[in-house]
Design a protein around this ligand. Structure first.
Ligand code: GTP
Ligand code: MG
Length: 195
């Protein structure tokens, strides 16, 4: 699918303030700093549409981007940033879970995992919560350019998840830096848009 138009719509502090147009939405979530915002830029072929940073904790609000005038990509704050206070962490977790529980437009959640990481408890717990709530998600492995090709082993991660959660999520491998793998993600979104 060609992304011929992408525009920032709004930054919202909670689900109530979000744009209420009922069009398909794809939400990007994951630990802080895994490259959620960078992936949105890569998909939209724009450098600074979503704000990125080398330091974790950059995205603090719920950001809606309208793509091709007909669907949303949503950039959410990352979870698990260790430097935040307990209260700040709790607030972000609450923002994320409330958002997913109330935002009925969401057609699919993309859970972003840094390809260099082994399955971490925080991600497994989050997947477990998504499964328990019956929410549909896929994994996008990010930053594949940071590993040599032969070291990129997404399937190994997926099989570990299957062992732990009895679920084998669909997955994509990507690099925002090299714009790799985003076409596959877009193709998948295109298929879901027409459902
Ligand atoms: P928060 O908003 O803090 O949750 O982070 P985020 O998940 O949105 O991450 P962000 O897109 O801001 O990227 C974090 C850092 O990783 C930045 O320094 C990016 O340049 C870098 N980064 C993101 N994607 C890639 C990638 O595919 N390859 C490489 N090499 N670096 C990447
Ligand atoms: Mg971000």
């Amino acid at each position: 699918m060609d992304v011929f138009n992408s525009e920032f719509i709004a930054s919202s502090p909670n689900v109530k303030n979000c744009p209420n147009e009922f069009i398909p939405e794809y939400a990007f979530i994951g630990r802080s700093n895994v490259g959620k915002s960078s992936l949105i830029n890569s998909i939209c072929k724009k450098k600074n549409l979503a704000k990125t940073s080398g330091k974790p904790g950059k995205t603090r609000l719920i950001n809606h981007f309208k793509i091709n005038n007909s669907w949303y990509l949503t950039d959410l704050p990352g979870y698990g940033y260790t430097r935040l206070s307990k209260t700040e962490k709790k607030n972000i977790e609450k923002l994320i879970t409330t958002y997913f529980l109330h935002r009925k437009q969401i057609r699919l959640i993309f859970l972003i995992i840094d390809i260099r990481h082994k399955p971490l408890e925080i991600d497994i717990n989050f997947m477990s919560w998504l499964i328990a709530e019956g929410m549909r998600f896929c994994i996008i492995f990010s930053k594949c350019d940071k590993l040599k090709k032969e070291k990129v082993n997404a399937l190994d991660y997926i099989l570990k998840i299957k062992n732990k959660l009895n679920k084998e999520p669909k997955y994509f491998t990507t690099s925002s830096k090299k714009n790799e793998g985003v076409e596959e993600v877009l193709k998948y979104i295109e298929g879901l848009n027409v459902l």
